[in-house]
Design a protein around this ligand. Structure first.
Ligand code: ZN
Length: 236
């Protein structure tokens, strides 16, 4: 197994998730949606960042439909908490609550064998790492540069991803995927489509990406599935 791509979306913005899921489903490809569980309606956590304020983050029926259609719904913490830095270091109980509570929300609303998490603000600490290992099967951290995961030596709690932004053109996407090693796994980290969320991509760009992946026979899989398969194949 190798040369796999995962297409992930952070923050759980509902309009973009619905549109992205529809595009992906046309190609029979699964997406991964990392939701801030406290932002799912009825909201239990305040929204303080501009990219998410005033936007719908769906309700659990919405996310259950996404999961039932074959996509992965994972955690992006309970309140978009920054698990690294001084504030987190001073409030270790909050780090614990953020990680555990969002896992409990997912297990209650969208039960699954396992869930995966992506860390908001790409922030982690030794404490958050220890807690994440207890509650999730994998953890995605972000990155501005193209980085691949190696399936032959996978580190499921330090999964690298690449977040293409407005400064990247189509050639950058193709170059990143073509340069993927034989046992490589590229996790793409997006937020939403068109004018929603942090550095959104256009619906056309997502469609173009799906077409290219299909035409080049590159497998698209969820983070949970790639990690589960890799663990199985490594088992004695
Ligand atoms: Zn986020």
């Amino acid at each position: 197994m190798g040369r796999v791509v995962s297409i992930t979306f952070d923050d759980g913005l509902a309009r973009g998730a619905a549109a992205s899921a529809e595009i992906l489903e046309r190609y029979g490809m699964p997406g991964v949606f990392y939701v801030v569980t406290g932002w799912v309606e009825p909201m239990r956590a305040p929204i303080r960042d501009d990219a998410n304020m005033g936007r719908s983050h769906g309700d659990w029926n919405f996310w259950r439909r996404i999961a039932t259609a074959g996509h992965e719904v994972g955690s992006h913490t309970f309140s978009h908490f920054k698990a690294g830095g001084l504030k987190a270091a001073l409030t270790p109980w909050r780090v614990a609550r953020e990680i555990a509570r969002s896992q409990q929300d997912l297990q209650r609303e969208i039960p699954a064998q396992s869930h995966t998490i992506s860390m908001p603000w790409n922030a982690a600490s030794p404490l958050s790492d220890r807690l994440v290992r207890r509650a999730y099967s994998a953890c995605r951290v972000g990155g501005g540069d193209v980085q691949y995961n190696r399936l032959s030596q996978l580190r499921p709690y330090a999964l690298r991803s690449w977040a293409p932004g407005p400064r990247h053109d189509w050639g950058d996407y193709v170059a990143a995927i073509e340069a993927m090693p034989q046992d490589g796994w590229l996790i793409l980290g997006f937020h939403s489509l068109e004018d929603e969320g942090w550095e959104p991509i256009s619906a056309n760009r997502l469609d173009q990406l799906c077409t290219w992946l299909r035409d080049n026979n590159i497998e698209v899989a969820t983070v949970r599935d790639v990690v589960a398969r890799t663990k199985l194949s490594c088992a004695p």
